[in-house]
Design a protein around this ligand. Structure first.
Ligand SMILES: Cc1cc2nc3c(=O)[nH]c(=O)nc-3n(C[C@H](O)[C@H](O)[C@H](O)COP(=O)(O)O)c2cc1C
Length: 301
């Protein structure tokens, strides 16, 4: 056993020895230069390491920071599910305040928690704000301007088209062209009319995965639909949010032009648009769901 004095002595030597060595060597010019050089180098290295460490921690924190808890009183889950509903154009607020970017981000956060099979979630959302959604509608019109002949148009018979002498084929073409023009005019009016109050049109893209872990396409479509449902459910906690899933005009939606507009891969699919607008918070819900008509289920022992 060492005495307390011996212990204290050893401690002092331990602390002072490096200092003593440094003092005895620091007389040497070589050592001094080395030391200064080394301290600068170690300072720079320490700074770089610290910065790298903080970048790592900050990045990790950004990835893992939990979303601040919702301060709203949230009803029980089944009530939230019942509250989820599609709110269409007739109930949107025209000229009202737009849906905030924060509210939109919250919907996307909810989408992120949907289930998916495989290594990578298949959903991809393209959030179109005011300018982008007008561009998308103009792209839709431009698509039909080029391709309307290859799609079926309801060519309602115009009275003055019933000319016996006119070639039947030409008459049909004329009616179809007129029918298309009427349709087009309505769609053009909708840009500022029906779609005017929409704050965001969210392009719903199912990204087809590549590689050996490729899942069935139906699974990727189902997972993407789950993500949309999550957005819709999240919207149900804010009674001023009016959302619905629009399939959009099918030929334009499935077109090469849309693929380019939404930046989609060759095998990706656009599953329509999720419309996000505002409505009155006291909007009545007149829907009904009955087990007899809305629940096909078979129980087996
Ligand atoms: C995949 C999918 C596509 C839809 N496409 C359209 C559409 O193109 N136009 C439309 O008015 N509603 C569309 N809807 C919304 C339905 O009309 C709506 O969900 C239905 O009326 C039930 O109303 P709820 O959502 O309030 O329960 C679509 C819904 C789903 C799930």
């Amino acid at each position: 056993m060492e005495s307390a004095d011996e212990c204290a002595n050893n401690l002092i030597v331990l602390l002072l020895e490096p200092l003593a060595i440094y003092r005895s060597l620091s007389g040497s010019h070589y050592f001094h230069t080395m030391f200064v050089f080394e301290s600068w180098l170690s300072l720079v290295v320490t700074c770089l390491l610290t910065m790298a460490w903080w970048a790592f921690v900050f990045n990790k924190r950004q990835r893992t920071t939990p979303i601040p808890p919702c301060t709203q009183q949230i009803p029980p889950l089944l009530d939230c599910i019942r509250l989820r509903r599609s709110v269409f154009a007739k109930d949107w607020i025209y000229g009202g305040p737009p849906v905030s970017e924060g509210a939109m981000r919250r919907l996307l956060e909810a989408a992120m928690w949907a289930p998916f099979h495989g290594p990578v979630p298949p959903w991809r959302f393209v959030v179109l704000g005011r300018h982008a959604m007008i561009a998308m509608q103009q792209m839709t019109l431009a698509y039909y301007d080029t391709h309307w002949r290859s799609h079926v148009w309801s060519s309602e018979t115009d009275e003055d088209d019933d000319d016996d002498t006119e070639d039947l084929e030409k008459s049909r073409e004329r009616r179809e062209a007129a029918s298309y023009q009427r349709w087009r005019m309505k769609r053009e009016e909708e840009i500022t009319g029906r779609w005017g109050p929409v704050s965001y049109m969210v392009g719903i893209v199912m990204q087809r995965q590549a590689g050996s872990k490729r899942m069935d396409e139906w699974e990727e479509a189902a997972a993407t639909a789950c993500a949309v449902q999550n957005m819709h459910l999240q919207a149900s906690v804010d009674p001023t949010l009016a959302c619905y899933w629009s399939s959009w005009h099918d030929a334009a939606r499935d077109s090469e032009e849309m693929r380019q507009f939404l930046g989609m891969g060759r095998e990706d699919k656009c599953l329509g648009f999720f419309m996000v607008a505002s409505c009155r918070p006291d909007l009545k819900d007149l829907r009904q769901r009955k087990v007899a008509t809305h629940l096909k289920v078979e129980w087996r022992e």
